[in-house]
Design a protein around this ligand. Structure first.
Ligand code: ADP
Length: 169
């Protein structure tokens, strides 16, 4: 079965999908960008679930390139899948870690039985990854993933991100 890739411009917190992917940091305790927006709109239930994860499986935090699911609180989505992107480096090729975020998030989505999943452009904000390379890795990795998810929706904040993903697709 092939996965449909769609693109929309907008705010990922309003997407009506089975799972929304959060560009989290390894603390799982909130941050700026997508992370801040998800916790603000999703309410305290998401943070409480993240704190539980820190107390149980992820005492040292979630490693870069991994993914874990929680409730989506008050978001229209059913689940939030938190993944930690790599910080971009001009001297060290961390592409495999960025690809791993997409792969691992889709593996978790498959475990949840999610049919529709919304992704932001992981690492392309505060973590500084160039948008064109981030888009290429995102799309190539989803295409190669073999996931059972029916629709992967990239939710892009701003015209530049949208245009870059559209050109890559
Ligand atoms: P990272 O730390 O992984 O770089 P950010 O959250 O800073 O994560 O940014 C990731 C991408 O998500 C950036 O392209 C940013 O512009 C975009 N972004 C920020 N807020 C939202 C939002 N509410 N919905 C969708 N995309 C967003």
């Amino acid at each position: 079965m092939s996965t449909r890739i769609t693109l929309v411009r907008g705010d990922i917190t309003t997407e009506e999908v089975d799972a929304v992917v959060n560009a989290a940091n390894s603390s799982l305790l909130g941050g700026g960008g997508v992370d801040g927006a998800i916790h603000r709109r999703g309410g305290p239930e998401i943070l409480a679930a993240c704190e539980d994860l820190r107390r149980s499986h992820y005492g040292k935090g979630l490693p870069t390139g991994r993914a874990v699911a929680t409730t989506a609180g008050r978001l229209p989505a059913r689940h939030v899948i938190h993944t930690v992107g790599p910080v971009w480096s001009p001297s060290d090729d961390r592409s495999e870690l960025l690809a791993s975020c997409y792969r691992e998030s889709l593996r978790v989505a498959d475990e949840l039985g999610a049919r529709t999943v919304a992704f932001p452009a992981i690492s392309t904000g505060i973590y500084g990854w160039p948008m064109d390379d981030g888009a290429r890795i995102a799309i190539e990795t989803v295409r190669a993933s073999g996931t059972s998810v029916e629709e992967v929706r990239f939710v892009l904040f701003g015209t530049d991100a949208y245009e870059t993903f559209a050109a890559t697709l």
